[in-house]
Design a protein around this ligand. Sequence first.
Ligand SMILES: Cc1cc2nc3c(=O)[nH]c(=O)nc-3n(C[C@H](O)[C@H](O)[C@H](O)COP(=O)(O)O)c2cc1C
Length: 154
Amino acid sequence: MPRTLLIVANRPSPNTAALADAALAACQNYDGGDIETRCLTPFEVTAPNLFKADAVVIGTTENIGYMAGATKDMFDRCYNDWMDRTEAKPVAIYIRAGLDGTATKRALTSICSGLKWRLVAEPLILKGDWDDRFINEVAELSLGMAAGLDIGIF
Ligand SMILES: Cc1cc2nc3c(=O)[nH]c(=O)nc-3n(C[C@H](O)[C@H](O)[C@H](O)COP(=O)(O)O)c2cc1C
């Protein structure tokens, strides 16, 4: 039975699309085991997508001092359905923030706590001018999630 990984990635720009693609490619290229990875935008996510996933990677931008509206919309629509039905879900987070990112990190950490999800790593903030190394950082985070799922850490 394959383990399933859901990547929810807000991708409003070429850079953020590259991050989402890197996350997906890293998981799909993981050859240690039987991991099925799916990548959706937050607008595409419905509550059952998460019920079916063994773990989730959330990628969002920070806009106007908060997570992207798309990411917020997903939680607005799904939070109540996920409450008490997704406890202990392993989650990793990356935030693309041109300036800061701390408000988005705080908000997402609080939401994860409310849903009793397990943050498997400190949220990754990709801050400042674009740097190609962000792609590797997101790939490593996502690969770590795939490997952790495969070997049963999460
Ligand atoms: C309307 C708008 C508001 C933004 N507000 C913030 C913000 O509050 N904090 C921050 O760190 N970055 C902010 N940014 C920058 C975005 O996070 C950044 O442009 C986005 O992550 C896409 O990254 P990219 O420019 O590398 O494609 C804002 C961008 C826009 C267009």
